[in-house]
Design a protein around this ligand. Structure first.
Ligand code: F6R
Length: 606
């Protein structure tokens, strides 16, 4: 969703802001703008559309070395130039960029209008620019504090003032904001990918914290103006991680790098001697782990589907009742929080608002929550009591792939650890560890079959509507397969339990509506094959995602074989062809694979 960048230093700010905004494009946006402070005052340029259109619209001579920029995802008001950020005060003195939502914007707008302010946009953000400009306080920092006193809602903001041309003042409440510390230059961003080219030394602001940033220094402080004295930490993300390399799309790059990233994730976490996982970041002793009677997993979208896989793994390996729930629903149903339940929040970005609110609700009620999170230092990672970092590296394509695979691996490690402090034998633990060690090579085997999968994907892309079916461990795989397919190919793809097909949806089967069937080599293979044969008998076409050696009878001509691993880990591998099917179907349709319409990479609003 919306992205923020800021720069204070010695170099012209505009190219750095544009480059930062380009790095944030993947998050999804519909308009963009920058504001630069220079010798002749403030220059604000905004455009609907892509960052390159904004860049083309910039005046030739824009030499100022202080500036802020924004990519906007429309919430209050349509995607127009007037609604794009930065927003300025009436006298043009102050400009503001903002991520988040100001809940009392209407009331503030009415009050300011009564006081004679003329608004030029439909946005909630514009009230901030007027509030800062109208404060009588003697420093920009205090004027920002004054303005925020009136505001109810979530925000990450960056503010410029023509009268104080050496600084950017920023504040955070519920939306991420990071300061990058350089050599006599400082950066501000809502996401580390916007600043990795310049520095690896960063400060993640906390909620309720502000910072005043100049080229040589920064000061972090609370709403009560008390210094918080934050020191930078080093991030692992490098510039290469956010480059597309030789790939046509980020999604292709992220699919291709999975063998390597999964191997990296496993490093140091496998205790082969005791057949268990080393997960020190959980901050849970064996005794505490043994005391949990239930596990509840919370995530949104694809993360929720992998959570369903995780729940099955935990039940199978640890024999603890476990279930997954959409965090977006959980937080609104006054959930019963139990002290002997382990809550697990799962999120790639660590910034998904619905999941973050669920974490807060659990903690407010005394529950214990750990995170399976990819982005180090993100909101959810920091708010959880402990966790497992996914170490998938930055994921830029909107449709998640490698992070989901890593979530699957993270759940396998957690399930193993929970199992080994209960009834799981050391031999079974070692069997799972051996399976995990084989995963990178197994993923590479699936990827080697890409050409064939692409042919099947092209065939599937012609259908307006598809079914994805699977059961038990295969059902979350089918759900994720349908999700990925619909997200980037815009085809209607519906996931169904294979066992439920005959209870209704079979009526829809016809030649134009193909089915992708997950048919692993397990205790249900015969039943799954029989269900797929029923589809064929009704004129439907079936692509089977299966294991080598499974006898598919008449379904053999459209099969995708995935290497057999351990039965509990197989679903992780079965998800890989789903990524390739979606990718190549969208490619065959000529769609914008990395930035599908209407979607954002991290959904930081409710
Ligand atoms: C699908 C997808 C989304 C996310 C969901 C949660 O490809 O990317 O469904 O899985 O928005 O996002 P995170 O994992 O960042 O919390």
């Amino acid at each position: 969703m919306c992205g923020i960048v800021g720069y204070v230093g010695r170099q012209p700010a505009a190219p750095i802001l544009i480059e930062g905004l380009t790095r944030l494009e993947y998050r999804g946006y519909d308009s963009a703008g920058i504001s630069v402070l220079g010798p002749s005052g403030q220059t604000v340029v905004r455009r609907v559309g892509r960052v390159r259109e904004l860049e083309a619209a910039l005046p030739k001579r824009l030499s100022g070395t202080v500036g802020i920029g924004h990519t906007r995802w429309a919430t209050h008001g349509p995607a127009t130039e007037a609604n794009a950020h930065p927003h300025s005060s009436e006298d043009g003195r102050v400009s503001v960029v903002h991520n988040g939502i100001i809940d009392n914007a209407n009331a503030l707008r009415e009050r300011l209008t009564r006081e004679g302010v003329t608004f030029t946009s439909d946005t909630d953000t514009e009230v901030l620019a007027h509030l800062v400009a109208r404060s009588a306080a003697d420093t920009l920092e205090k004027r920002v504090l004054d303005a925020l006193e009136h505001v109810v809602g979530t925000y990450a903001v960056a503010v410029l003032d023509v009268e104080v041309p050496d600084r950017v003042v920023v504040a955070r409440n519920g939306s991420p904001l990071i300061i990058g510390v350089g050599e006599r230059e400082m950066f501000v961003a809502s996401d580390v990918s916007a600043l990795v080219r310049h520095t690896s030394s960063v400060i993640h602001l906390e909620d309720g914290e502000l910072a005043s940033v100049t080229a040589r220094d920064y000061r972090t402080f609370t709403r009560e103006s008390d210094d918080t004295g934050r020191v930078p930490t080093e991030i692992e993300v490098s510039e290469d991680d956010v480059e597309i390399g030789g790939h046509g799309h980020y999604m292709a790059k992220e699919i291709a790098e999975q063998p390597e990233t999964v191997a990296r994730m496993l490093r140091g976490r496998l205790d082969t001697r005791f057949g268990t996982a080393r997960l020190d970041g959980l901050n849970l002793s064996p005794r505490e782990l043994r005391a949990f009677k239930r596990v509840t997993i919370l995530g949104c979208g694809s993360a929720y589907y992998v959570g369903e896989l995780g729940a099955l793994m935990i039940e199978e390996l640890a024999r603890i009742p476990a279930h997954a729930e959409a965090a977006s629903e959980f937080r609104y149903r006054n959930p019963i929080i139990e002290p002997d339940t382990l809550y697990v929040a799962v999120s790639q970005s660590g910034e998904t608002a619905d999941t973050a609110f669920a974490v807060r609700e659990i903690k407010r009620k005394g529950g214990q929550v750990v995170g399976l999170v990819n982005v180090v230092g993100s909101t959810i990672a920091r708010e959880c009591d402990g966790g497992i970092y996914l170490h998938a590296g930055p994921e830029i394509a909107v449709a998640s792939t490698k992070a989901l695979t890593h979530m699957g691996v993270g759940f396998a490690l957690l399930a193993l650890l929970l199992g080994r402090v209960r009834d799981l034998s050391v031999a079974d633990g070692q069997r799972i560890l051996a399976g995990l060690e084989r995963l990178p090579a197994d993923i590479a085997t699936v990827l080697a079959d890409e050409e064939r999968i692409a042919t099947l994907a092209t065939e599937l892309s012609a259908a307006e509507s598809l079914f994805f079916i699977g059961r038990v461990r295969g059902f979350p795989v089918a759900r994720e397969g349908a999700q990925k397919f619909k997200e980037i190919s815009y085809r209607h793809a519906e996931a169904y339990q294979t066992s439920e097909l005959k209870h209704g949806p079979l009526a829809l089967i016809e030649e134009s509506r193909p089915t992708v069937a997950v048919i692993p080599d397990d205790e249900l293979t015969d039943r799954n094959r029989a269900a797929a044969e029923q589809v064929v008998a009704r004129g439907g076409r079936v692509v089977a995602v299966t294991h080598p050696g499974v006898d598919l009878g008449g379904l053999d001509d459209r099969r995708i074989d995935v290497p057999r691993n351990e039965i509990e880990l197989d679903p992780i591998l079965l998800m890989i062809p789903m990524q390739l099917l979606a990718y190549h179907a969208a490619g065959a349709l000529g769609l914008d694979i990395d930035k599908p319409r209407n979607l954002a990479k991290s959904v930081t609003v409710e």
